[in-house]
Design a protein around this ligand. Structure first.
Ligand code: 13P
Length: 256
């Protein structure tokens, strides 16, 4: 009942020409899929051209990697949700660990962005995840709970339908060392139980929770077969259309 959602977070990679070639290749490799929701999340500079290119490719949706919480104003260098909506962007990643760790985003900042995104008609992909040190110290549950509780403060029950959570353990991002399916499933169960506490159990059952961190064709099917894993947020392996297409296939296989 929760449609799996596979998103490629391109981070600070791919120019417009490279993005065009990517989409061409992804469509050729994949054909089309309606069983899995596929989202491409490029740099801001590529969004307008990609929006036009994807106009007749309805099975691929568009996302952004960040946004400011205000609609407009004196915020040099920032992009608003309203601007993204005008380009047919549907999803926006918020609170990625790279933004938290490299650009000082706190849970409170992420919360402002989540509320603004929902108000402006975007679907947030709220990223949460613990560091290796936090995991080793036994603080994982507490860290995840805090990220959810503060990140979703003030979000109405109705708005939960538009929400996606991405569990991305920091130690698994870009390291080649994915969480194993049991570790990921356990974290997702915990996340769903916290979601039930801040909304209700029926709503929590409908929120999609992606796993992110070194997802690749070799581990995708097993990860995507776990009961509470509803998709993936893919970094490095999502930069190659052939590899990303293989991950789409693995996800479809996990549904069978
Ligand atoms: P990798 O797939 O490269 O580990 O990156 C995961 C990620 O950060 C997606 O947002």
């Amino acid at each position: 009942m929760r449609k799996k959602i596979l998103a490629a977070n391109w981070k600070m990679n791919l120019t417009q020409d490279e993005a065009d070639a990517y989409v061409h290749s992804l469509v050729r490799e994949t054909g089309e899929t309606n069983d899995v929701e596929v989202v491409l999340i490029p740099a801001f500079t590529v969004i307008p051209a990609l929006a036009a290119r994807l106009n007749d490719t309805a099975w691929i949706r568009l996302g952004a990697q960040n946004m400011h919480w205000e609609k407009s104003g004196a915020y040099t260098g920032e992009i608003s949700g309203t601007m993204l909506r005008a380009l047919y962007v549907r999803y926006v990643i918020l609170g990625h660990s790279e933004r938290r760790n490299l650009f000082g985003e706190t849970n409170e900042i992420v919360n402002r962005k989540v509320k603004a995104a929902l108000e402006q008609g975007l679907r947030p992909i709220l990223c949460i995840g613990e560091s290796l040190q936090e995991r080793d110290l036994g603080h994982m549950n507490q860290v995840l709970e805090e990220q959810i509780r503060v990140g979703l403060k003030g979000v109405s029950l109705k708005e939960f339908h538009d929400l996606v959570i991405a569990y991305e353990p920091i130690w698994a991002i870009g390291t080649g060392k994915s969480a194993n399916p049991q570790q990921a499933q356990e974290a997702h169960v915990l996340i769903r139980s916290v979601l039930a506490q801040v909304s209700d159990s029926g709503i929590a059952e409908r929120v999609r929770i992606q796993y992110g961190g070194s997802v690749k064709p070799e581990n995708a099917q097993e990860l995507m077969s776990q009961k509470d894993i509803d998709g993936a947020l893919v970094g490095a392996a999502g930069l190659d259309p052939v590899t990303f297409s293989q991950i789409i296939r693995c996800t479809e296989a996990a549904l069978a």
